[in-house]
Ligand binder design. Sequence first.
Ligand SMILES: *Cc1c(COP(=O)(O)O)cnc(C)c1O
Length: 375
Amino acid sequence: MISFNVPPSTGNEIKYIEQAVGNHKICGDGVFTRRDSEWIEERTGTAKCLLTTSCTHATELVALLAGIGPGDEVIMPSFTFCSTADAFVLRGGVPVFVDIRPDTMNLDETKIEDAITEKTKAIVPVHYAGVSCEMDAILDVAKRHELLVIEDAAQGMLATYKGKMLGTMGDFGCYSFHETKNYSMGEGGALLIRDGKYIEEAEIYREKGTNRSKFWRGQIDKYTWIDYGSSYLPSELNAAYLYAQLEQADVILADRLHSWNRYYENLTPLKEAGKLELPSVPSQCVHNGHMFYIKTADLKERTELIAYLLKNEICAVFHYVPLHTAPAGMKYGRFHGEDRYTTKESDRLVRLPMYYGLKEEEVDYISEKVKEFYR
Ligand SMILES: *Cc1c(COP(=O)(O)O)cnc(C)c1O
């Protein structure tokens, strides 16, 4: 059976976890957490990276920093993972869903302005499959209406838009290091902060409302509870696992891009014959091989294709059920404008196996089975 996902591991994970144990500091904010954050800051150019327990929690931290309160509206796509919305709903915020573009499955930047009301606080572009949203247009709307831009870059690490790293262009960027993402620590994430003025407040919310981060740095001689907050810092054991991945980040990236390009090449004849659609990457975007998806004619064909692949020992999956059609989405959010593409395009999408270490022969075998299905 070819799995849909295998968590990445590059060889030094156990060694670094042992070092963390040997350091006698396995709680958060030790040596490995610092190494990870510094690596991300250096590589992406963000002002500050705070490691978190998940991308969901990084987004929750942003909701606190943005001061989201009851009735505040946050514009986002409906075609995304539920945590994009959850973080704001927890603060009483209202997700306002707008339609996506069919080519990238990303938020349609031309639909945002019309959804803005006097209650709108932020725009949340989700960089689907590590392909950037049209950030210039989004940042421009945000600037004109004084809104925050919060990038859900859970899938976007090391991908770029006009040469800029995803997660660094908005006021905040959120990464995921869940085992299904390009770089992993089991469960984990990071918050990227562009403007230094938010750093101190973010450190307090992340450390249960205390100024313990300052204490560890020796800036104060005792720490205390000064605001509300939660516990968003991951254990050193997880951070150690991630460090082994970051050291090999380019190797992982190249491996995924190799698989992605091979799928694309193998399946191009089917695309040219009009049988299916392949992902499209706008020229100003460089993606990171996070995902390889294809689009079938409709839901029925997708269901048959997934079953056919499963019969051939290949695990292919679909996602997301659009949030505005889910029970919580109906209860807490609303869709603005016409759902022209969100439901229709999400019904057609199938993700093929994609992970670090997927073999060339496996990519060829999977491609062959897709071709066989269409014969
Ligand atoms: C994976 C993912 C998340 C959630 O990440 P966690 O680290 O599991 O909380 C959020 N948004 C998107 C778009 C994702 O793909």
